[in-house]
Write a protein that binds this ligand. Structure first.
Ligand SMILES: [Zn+2]
Ligand SMILES: [Zn+2]
Length: 242
């Protein structure tokens, strides 16, 4: 059985086996009955005993097999793509295909990993990826969709929901308009993003709106905007004019 095992597959296997046993058992009992019914003097012998024995064993095995169906465990795993519940006999240890949408459900430590959405820049179809995704190919048009990665090469979660690939060479500025609620996290993020010290960042936050970066491409601007939005901040992207 492939791991993980689906509960329905196991039930099917038990049921199938029970039916075979029952059928074999009934045949044996019919033979035994015929032998017993037409017994002449001495013809009801060891042979019919064997049929009776096999018949009873097979019927009992069949009943036992049916009872086993009730012991099949159900471990519900919700597909992160289509929300269909997949029933497994145990917690999954490796990725498996969703029974409904056939997408590979990413598993880490027995748990379903969270997935993010990304819009294909060629055909606008929504695609999904997880931290396990190395190369993302659009489900619809087979183009590769670039996903941004952190230092370890894993896709970051900060990609905007509808991240579009644009072929524009224009440069943009990122302007912070709302600082968001959690100022400490925000200060840390900005420190990292802008390579400034704490006081410089605080100065920026006091004089909003403030231009954070200029001369960056759209993709970078959108990534940083999404990173800021995680902390509740609002930043606007505007095209630079020359
Ligand atoms: Zn699914
Ligand atoms: Zn596509």
């Amino acid at each position: 059985m492939p791991s993980p095992t689906r509960s329905t597959d196991l039930i099917e296997m038990f049921a199938e086996r029970a039916i075979y046993f029952l059928f074999g058992g009934v045949v044996c009992l019919i033979v035994w009955f015929i032998l017993w019914h037409w017994r002449g003097s001495g013809s009801y012998d060891a042979l019919s005993h064997i049929f009776l024995l096999f018949g009873v064993i097979l019927v009992v095995s069949s009943l036992w097999g049916m009872m086993q169906i009730r012991t099949v465990k159900f471990h519900h795993v919700k597909c992160p793509f289509c929300n269909t519940v997949n029933d497994l006999t145990d917690a999954p240890t490796e990725d498996f295909h969703c029974v409904k949408c056939s997408r590979m459900i990413p598993i880490e430590n027995g748990e379903v990993m969270s997935v993010s959405q990304v819009q294909c820049g060629y055909c606008q179809t929504l695609n999904y990826y997880s931290a396990k995704t190395e190369i993302l190919i659009c489900e619809e048009c087979d183009h590769e969709i670039p996903i941004s990665q952190d230092e370890e090469g894993r896709p970051t979660k900060s990609i905007p929901k509808a991240f579009k690939i644009t072929d524009d060479d224009a440069l943009y500025s990122l302007v912070l308009t709302e600082p968001g609620k959690n100022s400490e996290e925000m200060i840390a993020t900005l420190q990292q993003m802008l390579a400034l010290n704490r006081n410089q960042v605080k100065d920026i936050l006091e004089g909003l709106p403030a231009t954070l970066l200029t001369g960056i491409n759209r993709r970078k601007a959108e990534m940083l905007q999404a990173q800021l939005s995680i902390h509740g901040a609002t930043a606007e992207i505007s095209a630079m004019e020359f």
